[in-house]
Design a binder for this molecule. Structure first.
Ligand SMILES: Cc1cc2nc3c(=O)[nH]c(=O)nc-3n(C[C@H](O)[C@H](O)[C@H](O)COP(=O)(O)OP(=O)(O)OC[C@H]3O[C@@H](n4cnc5c(N)ncnc54)[C@H](O)[C@@H]3O)c2cc1C
Length: 400
């Protein structure tokens, strides 16, 4: 094959790029190579859809593939990029040529240090199906790592009445995302839902026995469970690019238009891409869904109209569903500083605003407060003052 846009990686970044190319009027060939054999699916539902539901939420159906004239090469892994020849080599030896290449190979779950029946990571639909099968038969779950995915799985399991223990080496795990004060709220959220939190503790060993799986913790205690989920981060899928000569330090380095540094006709999108962010004055990688979608739209536009490229300068955004909290996070947060917080009980809702040295709102967090989310996101995007949006939210809270 030669010509057209070749997208490597068929998850949200890659599929949204392929779709956006057609929306932008691109009439050339669009091919997506994807290592998994499943039709493309979305990842956030994997940790959110209840255990009796189907976690496979399609990104592209077979019918849409035909309608949009997108060629899907499923179950094939790219093993080498030859930029000088504009070629990608697949694991079956097939060589694909391209006019433009989009790198969208994202990340994989950081491998669990422990293995065996009932021990899981969660990144793919196969992981989700295996975890869900274990949970349906489990009454006790150990979650290793209290980040977003660990917290969401704990929440899912509690909804099924499963006893949950969470272990994390940090004394206040979410402090790394929202600072100490708000981080304590997140720790308390787990406890309020009956989770046994062992924070500031590590798992030393995991052993399978007749009564279940025993985890020996660094504080000398043991936990006996039926299933374990290990949510300790992700590793980037860059191996296939190692001989390409591309700059690969913490992802694929790109300018603000998504063009890969030092390469011609190569773009990168999503978790793997480290785009220059004018708002922050530096390149940064963002491992969140909305970022992948926004970059995909921007890339497609820049491939179709290369002479008038548009920059993507996002206000970072991520959501998470944990127990009865709908959480939204925006922008950049100085976790060593104290945000101003507007909080209400009955029903509980919260908004927190971080401000930059010049008084602009730089970051925000909301819980169960959609209107505050919209206001905060707009204010941060416009570089508006933190004091003003704080006053508006205090006012809204008083009127509620
Ligand atoms: C369980 C879970 C829950 C999440 N929840 C949220 C949430 O609530 N909110 C939020 O903002 N974000 C969430 N995320 C993060 C979000 O899903 C990711 O940011 C997003 O999936 C990134 O998309 P991507 O296309 O860049 O990469 P990925 O989703 O990692 O996809 C990369 C694709 O490339 C394929 N691939 C890899 N290497 C090769 C190769 N060599 N050849 C061919 N194909 C290859 C992979 O099989 C994969 O399909 C969640 C992630 C997970 C795992």
């Amino acid at each position: 094959m030669s010509g057209g846009v070749l997208v490597v990686g068929g998850s949200v970044g890659g599929i949204r790029t392929a779709r956006a190319l057609r929306n932008e009027g691109y009439v050339g060939r669009v091919t997506v190579v994807e290592a998994e054999s499943e039709l493309p699916y979305d990842k956030p539902p994997l940790s959110k859809i209840p255990l009796d539901g189907d976690a496979h939420v399609p990104l592209l159906t077979a019918e849409e593939t035909r309608e949009l004239d997108i060629e899907l090469v499923m179950g094939r892994t790219a093993v080498e990029l030859r930029p000088q020849d504009r070629q990608v080599v697949l694991d079956d030896g097939v060589v694909l040529g391209y006019d433009e290449l989009v790198i969208a190979t994202g990340a994989a779950a950081r491998p669990s240090p422990w293995t065996g029946p009932g021990v899981h990571v969660l990144r793919t639909i196969a992981d989700a199906r295996a975890l869900r099968a274990s949970l349906r038969a489990a009454s006790r779950l150990l979650v290793v790592g209290a980040g977003f995915i660990g917290a969401e799985v704990a929440s899912l399991a509690r909804k099924q009445g499963i006893e949950v223990t969470i272990v994390d080496p940090a004394p206040i795990p979410m402090a790394r995302v929202v600072g100490d004060g708000l981080g304590r709220h997140f720790s308390q959220l787990h406890r309020a839902h009956g989770v046994d939190t062992r924070f500031g503790t590590m798992v030393d060993t995991i052993e399978h026995g007749e009564g279940g799986i025993t985890a020996q913790l660094s504080d000398g205690s043991c936990v006996l469970v039926d299933a374990v989920v290990v949510g300790i981060g992700a590793v980037l899928n860059t191996r296939w690019l190692e001989s390409s000569g591309l700059a690969l330090e913490d992802g694929v380095e790109c300018d603000e238009y998504g063009r890969v540094a030092g390469a011609e006709n190569i773009f990168a999108v999503g978790d793997i891409a480290r785009w220059y962010q004018p708002r922050q004055g530096k390149a940064a990688r963002v491992e969140h869904w909305t970022n992948a979608v926004e970059q995909a739209n921007c890339l497609a536009r820049n491939i179709v109209a290369p002479d008038t490229p548009v920059a993507h300068d996002p206000v970072a955004y991520v959501w998470s569903d944990q127990y009865d909290w709908k959480i939204h996070l925006f922008g950049t947060r100085d976790v060593t500083g104290d945000p101003v917080v507007v909080e209400q009980s009955e029903p509980f809702r919260l908004a927190a605003i971080w401000q930059a040295a010049d008084g602009r709102a730089s970051g925000g967090l909301t819980v169960n407060w959609p209107k505050a989310s919209v206001q905060l996101r707009r204010t941060i995007a416009a570089g508006g003052p933190a004091g003003q949006v704080h006053a508006q939210l205090v006012d809204a809270a008083a009127k509620a």
